[in-house]
Design a binder for this molecule. Structure first.
Ligand SMILES: C[S@@+](CC[C@H](N)C(=O)[O-])C[C@H]1O[C@@H](n2cnc3c(N)ncnc32)[C@H](O)[C@@H]1O
Length: 285
């Protein structure tokens, strides 16, 4: 299948960059017109209702509207995923704009996905340090990555591709081993925990990459780990809320087909430029 064939052929604004393809369009409409069972993994971070300046998208909604958006995406994505497909959703606890009460978006998302027939395989904690300091409550330093699968008895988990170094490097029993299972001990700082430690992309890095335009950007290594964990080379990864295009950079690095949708056309040149410039060039091919 040509990459463009994943999207409705009549849809305007389809861009092919290296092995990736994205469209400037509404993700739900696009998902509804995609071939069934054509995507192995969906990984995404939807808007969080934090009044961020994304452009076309109004990030100032009621929680009912937000839940409805996630429900429609979960529903439309189900048929597009292969039978052994995965959906990894990154969400965060956020303060209610009026009451300042903390709302656990991951809890809302869990019930939304559950009623759309997905099963939760892991709830991953993404831990980071560079965020604002609060004075009237504990400063927030984590977000959730919910790993949903279509079928709890049939999904990809490529453990060998994501093993991490042993904690006790000099233990002779471990010599020659392939590293430890990161499933419930993913932390670069604190051993034996459920954390994934990747720093958030701060403003300095954004400036360096020339992507000041986008308010929330995934760290590439985090998405690479997810892609390696749930797909093989040549398989298909999709991000329905593509933003600045991080998922496509990671997919290109790992020789997967990367697909994505983004509502605002101002991100199209940024996505294109990031896939072209940030993905690693294989000099020996
Ligand atoms: C949190 S950002 C994603 C950031 C992304 N993870 C990155 O690394 O750059 C969410 C994005 O979803 C886009 N968006 C909102 N509603 C959309 C929709 N219905 N279809 C496609 N994109 C949408 C917004 O414009 C915004 O850029």
């Amino acid at each position: 299948m040509q990459n463009k064939d994943y999207f409705n052929i009549n849809q305007p604004n389809i861009y092919q960059v290296q092995d990736c393809c994205f469209t400037i369009a509404d993700c739900i409409e696009t998902l509804n017109n995609m071939p069934k069972k054509s995507v192995n993994t969906i990984v995404t971070s939807p808007p969080y209702n934090l009044n961020k300046k994304y452009g076309k998208y109004d990030d100032n909604r009621t929680f009912e509207e937000w839940e409805n958006l996630i429900d429609r995406v979960a529903n439309s994505a189900f048929d597009v995923l292969t039978d052994n497909g995965s959906f990894l959703l990154n969400v965060s606890p956020i303060p209610d704009k009026k009451t300042k009460e903390i709302v656990p978006l991951d809890a809302i998302a869990y019930f939304v996905f559950k009623r759309n027939d997905y099963a939760l395989r892991n709830s991953i904690v993404w831990h980071f340090n560079n965020m604002q300091n609060c004075v009237n409550r504990l400063s927030g330093r984590w977000e959730a990555i919910l790993w949903f699968v279509k079928d709890i008895n049939n999904y990809q988990f490529n453990l060998e591709d994501i093993r991490i170094p042993y904690i006790t490097k000099n233990d002779k029993r471990l010599v020659g081993g392939t590293g430890r299972n990161p499933t419930d001990t993913w932390n670069f700082d604190i051993p034996e925990s459920d954390f994934w430690y990747f720093d958030r992309v701060n403003n300095m890095t954004k400036n360096k990459l020339g992507i000041e335009e986008h308010p929330c950007i995934f760290p590439v290594p985090m998405i690479e780990r997810i892609i390696k964990m749930t797909t093989q080379k040549g398989e298909v990864v999709l991000d329905p809320f593509l933003g600045s295009g991080t998922t496509l950079v990671a997919a290109q690095n790992l020789k997967r087909i990367g697909l994505g949708m983004e509502l605002d056309e101002k991100f199209a040149p940024i996505i294109k430029q990031r896939v072209e410039k940030e993905s690693k060039i294989d000099l020996f091919l």
